[in-house]
Design a protein around this ligand. Structure first.
Ligand SMILES: [Zn+2]
Length: 134
């Protein structure tokens, strides 16, 4: 038996899925599908652009074991990046409005390094008391 902790990015619900199979990928509180990945995320692609002054954007496309797509959008200025948006199966949540925190540094490290981004700000799970939706 496996117990999987899951967070919902939209309402902040934390729940656990108990069982061996993949979880339903849907928040029991608000029905949002913006919940934690099932299993490990795997990077499928990177999109990158920058302009001459060092400002740009990196998008890291990943999928979970359910083949759900997770896109992490990182705006950067030279070597300083900030996670701005997470898009899960087409639903975008601003990172600073996320009510759950995920540690994504390890996942994104390789992509960040490849493009010379050495500092990453992850604004997820800020101390907001109210929940904001897009
Ligand atoms: Zn929810």
């Amino acid at each position: 038996m496996t117990i999987t902790p899951i967070d919902c990015l939209q309402c902040g619900a934390e729940y656990t899925y108990i069982g061996a199979g993949p979880h339903g990928a849907e928040c029991p509180d608000c029905g949002s599908t913006c919940v934690s990945p099932v299993g490990e995320l795997r990077i499928t692609d990177n999109d990158y652009w920058s302009v001459a002054n060092g400002t740009g954007e990196l998008r890291v496309h990943t999928v979970d074991e359910h083949e759900r797509s997770f896109e992490f959008r990182i705006g950067f200025q030279k070597n300083r990046g900030t996670l701005t948006t997470i898009t899960i199966d087409g639903t975008s949540v601003l990172a600073k409005h996320c009510s759950a925190g995920w540690s994504i540094a390890e996942l994104l490290n390789e992509s960040l390094e490849r493009y010379g981004i050495t500092l990453l700000t992850n604004p997820m799970k800020s101390d907001m008391t109210s929940i904001q939706r897009l």
